[in-house]
Design a protein around this ligand. Structure first.
Ligand code: PYC
Length: 310
């Protein structure tokens, strides 16, 4: 299986160029649903140890249905699909540029939650115009065991997020284990107390927000991803959800650049525009670097052919 690995602000993406399963016909959303329901061993074999690791996000590249699109992509992590993935879109464009399949300019990509446009600015820099993002619920107050009362918003940025305005634990890299435990406790409380996204959608990402460390930045976050790994980047879909909340609260005007730091200090330059219908259309600009151009080997006799599964 031919793959290209990259990282976007430290967050890894593995683009699968060949050797993926046959997902049959239908819309990209239908094929993504089939990947999740019928090909868990494929996803595990690509992402889990010994070939991958917990934080890795897969990007299964498919021929586009729409000839105006450069590619169709299904994103997945170790527990299931992601609707959209900002860091992996940046990583995918940089990987396709590395292969000589894309040149700098504007490109359209199909994802299971809609088409996104992206500017390949240079060989390592990409700006993604994400799907329309919005706040679903404001100032939800939760009692979280071990943390007390936590207040936050529920917002969509291509995935569902619960975003706090501040954080019960200092947003410092030395606190990653504590932040992960706190975010898991918060996610359990959301699930136990029936807090959901639109139409009962499960909220599977938690984003703690706080003040930046760098004087050049305006915000800093810690994002817990569905599989329990933390996002090394400032999380493209989480940043989109945050932009929707900032816009709704009147805290950020359209076309104003907002630098967001991740927990390891990598940054995205964020901004948004209002669509003709008044929707928030986020723009996420960041850098990715290719780390490997590789062939994954799956020997029939390898006991961990499908990864080390729990
Ligand atoms: O960048 O959107 C993102 C993302 C979601 C999960 C990990 N990264």
């Amino acid at each position: 299986m031919r793959v290209i690995d990259s990282h976007t602000g430290g967050e890894p993406t593995r683009v699968i160029l060949s050797g993926g399963p046959d997902l049959g016909a239908g819309s990209l959303a239908d094929r993504a649903a089939r990947l999740q329901a019928e090909h868990r061993d494929f996803c595990a074999s690509v992402l889990l140890e010994p070939r991958g690791h917990d934080a890795m996000v897969g990007a299964l590249l498919l021929p586009p249905d729409d000839p105006n699109c450069a590619a169709s992509v299904i994103y997945f992590n170790r527990v299931g699909n992601l609707g959209m993935c900002g860091h992996a879109t940046i990583g995918t464009l940089v990987s396709l540029c590395h292969l000589g399949r894309l040149v700098p300019g504007r490109h359209r990509i199909e994802t299971p939650v809609g088409k996104v446009e992206a500017d390949l600015i240079s060989t390592n820099r990409v700006a993604v115009e994400n799907v329309a993002s919005y706040r679903h619920a404001k100032a939800i107050c939760l009692e979280v065991p071990g943390l007390g009362q936590i207040t936050g918003d529920v917002a969509w940025g291509g995935n569902w997020f619960f975003l706090t305005r501040d954080c019960p634990i200092a947003l410092d890299r030395s606190n990653i284990a504590k932040l992960s435990d706190a975010a898991l406790a918060l996610r359990d409380a959301l699930w136990a107390q029936g807090v959901t996204g639109a139409e009962g959608a499960r909220i599977d990402h938690v984003e703690f927000n706080g003040a930046p460390l760098s004087p050049q930045a305006q915000g800093r976050n810690f994002v817990l991803c569905p599989g329990g790994a933390y996002d090394r980047s400032p999380c493209g879909t989480g940043s989109s959800a945050k932009l929707a909340c900032l816009a709704e609260d009147g805290l950020l005007a359209p076309d104003t650049v907002y630098i967001e730091e991740s927990i390891i200090g990598s940054t995205y330059a964020l901004s948004y525009q209002r669509s003709a219908q008044g929707q928030v259309i986020p723009r996420i600009e960041g850098e990715a670097y290719v780390t490997a151009d590789a062939t994954l080997i799956f020997a029939q006799s390898d006991p961990y052919r499908t990864g080390i599964q729990a």
